[in-house]
Ligand binder design. Sequence first.
Ligand code: C2E
Ligand code: CA
Length: 708
Amino acid sequence: MPSQKGLEHSEPPPKVDLTRLSLVASTSRNMIMILGDAGAIQWVNPSFRNFTGFLLTDIIGTRPSKLLGGSGTDPNTLRRIARQLHRAEQYEEEILLYTSTGHPFWVHVYGVPIGKEQGVAPGFIVIMNNISDHKHSERGLLIAASVFDRSHEAIIITDQNNRIIDVNPSFSRITGYSRSDVLGLNPSILSSGRHSPAYYRSMWKTIEEKGFWRGEIWNRRKNGEEYVELQTISRIHLEEPGSYYHVANFTDITELKNHAKDIERAANYDHLTGLPNLQLLKERLHQAQIHADTHETSLSVGYVDLDGFQAINANFGTDAGDKILRVLAGRFAQRLRSGDTVARIGGDEFGLILQSENHEAIYDRILSTITEPIDLGNDLGSVTVSASLGITRYPSDSADAEGLIRHADQAVYMAKDKGRNLLHVFDPELNEHRRQKRAQLIELSRALDNREFELYFQPQVRIEDCKVIGFEALIRWNHPHKGLLYPDTFLPSLEGSHLEVPLGQWVLEEAVYQMGLWHAAGEDLSVSINISPRHLMDRSFALYLESFLNSHPAIKPGQITLEVLESTSLEDIKRASDVLARCQALGFRAALDDFGTGFSSLSYISTLPIDLVKIEKSFVINMLKDSSDRAIVESVIFMGQRFNHPILAEGVESMEHARALRDLGCEYMQGYGVSRPMQANCVPEWVRQWRENHSDPSGPARTSDSGW
Ligand code: C2E
Ligand code: CA
């Protein structure tokens, strides 16, 4: 601002009342100071006092710069003012000053020298105008402008007709278009053509309704490259009604998207083969199940496990192992059809989901493609690998995705059991059966601990004179909730399990214990116990019997018959003979149970060292009305006689049966016709009654230990 030398008047001032003039200074809203010629305060008006808080009496003689200057006051401005004061020249500045309480305020300062020319003592009149508000809005605009210029987001401002009226430097950086390239144009020049007109229509509809829209848009840079931006478009209404403009700001998220894709890849794909991993296989399987449900189609899950892959890694190194996995992954992917999935789900394990038709053929192809030679390169030559394949089918296997994969995995184990390079299909029914069997085994084990088993006893009688020759021990389970259970409901679960031997041992001990109680009650009775084939063939069976006898010296082994089932487990007939012979050497007797039901009856009866043959009850029960059953009974009796084995007929339900059997030459009988199996404590009384009713000629209670 150019300075002027004092107040220059071309005309003399009109005559005005001085008091009235001083009133102007006193009532002005501007802050007014009168300074002396040395620049010190001589007078201030009430506005100055009110605004700054300084009282004239306190500040008189002070320089304004000392009084009002502060940390934010520009020293250059102060210096300029001081120079003008010194030269007694007019000045005009904008400056930041402080009130008595330290509050900053902006003023426009206008200082005019006065003196002789006006007929007054030399000095200055200083008029200060508060311009804080103006300064603030000026600063706001400055900040807004710098935000526009420096923002990392691109900003486009368009008018009501959507013509670009301004863009910021980031817009140019992202799109490659300069400001002058685009001014006056429609932002659609950026369009990539990827979005449908409907997409843009819905975008504008949202802007109309809500005043803004936010979303992702694929656009094209000036150089033709496509990019994706996250954009917000806001409609800004101006003061005049109905007029507005648009501000769109966006960031380029192409890299972010690529990064997200990388993350997704890492989470869902195997880095070695590029195939989906277990996680993604499960997700796809879940989707495939939903698809199969809605379209009533089926799918299958395959689990491929390479045979002996450890050895390949060990022999050729892990690089070669990796190569094999990559080659196989490529071959699998080639063999599948669209909609099918192959995934790498473990070190040398792959999972398959087949939705297309004709699964068998594809699985066969998969197995055979694995066995094609793989060239390892260099000096390693080529190798051939094979795999085992487990398969399960949905919906016949109704498990969820994880269950299906687990079942296919279980089927792999079955395939591996059968050999290499084979497939096995999971059988859900068999699995359910196994599951139930497992659950029952747990229950059986608990029952054994809780002493829930009980032996019932069924008499065995000589037909000729009705003499009681012994009792067969038959197991029962007093189930806490289901009541009395018969052996056919629980023995099958026990078969082949770790509980088979312990239960067999319990039966022997319990039978011997009951024999002791009967003995004490005056009845010396023989007992037959059923020995399961596996228990009999258990390596330590004879040893166990021997130590049992040693620990129970009162027992007469001749009173115990071991009933052995004709069964496939006895196929090793030589070993079965040896075991039975050892048992007999210890003094036990042996009976061949349920004779006639097996296929090797003749070889058993001719080879095994046995003391008794029991005819299976079903033949006996029906022998009176079914001639072929009668024929079987006849031939068993005949064979027994030929091989010198006494015969006991089970299932003798009536005296008629007994007579028919006697006529055929059968010596012993057992069945409901004599008695149903009974609890142990009923046995002595039953024996007495029986003897009374049949006037046993042998007198007092005795069952011979060589009854047959
Ligand atoms: P099993 O050795 O053939 O036993 C004879 C079965 O026939 C018994 O059934 C008995 O109750 C039944 N029975 C006896 N007389 C008649 C009759 O006149 N008519 C009919 N319809 N049935 C008759 P239970 O007690 O249910 O035993 C079934 C099978 O369970 C036994 O067949 C035996 O193989 C096995 N078992 C029973 N107890 C034991 C045991 O302690 N250990 C082992 N390993 N197996 C046992
Ligand atoms: Ca039996």
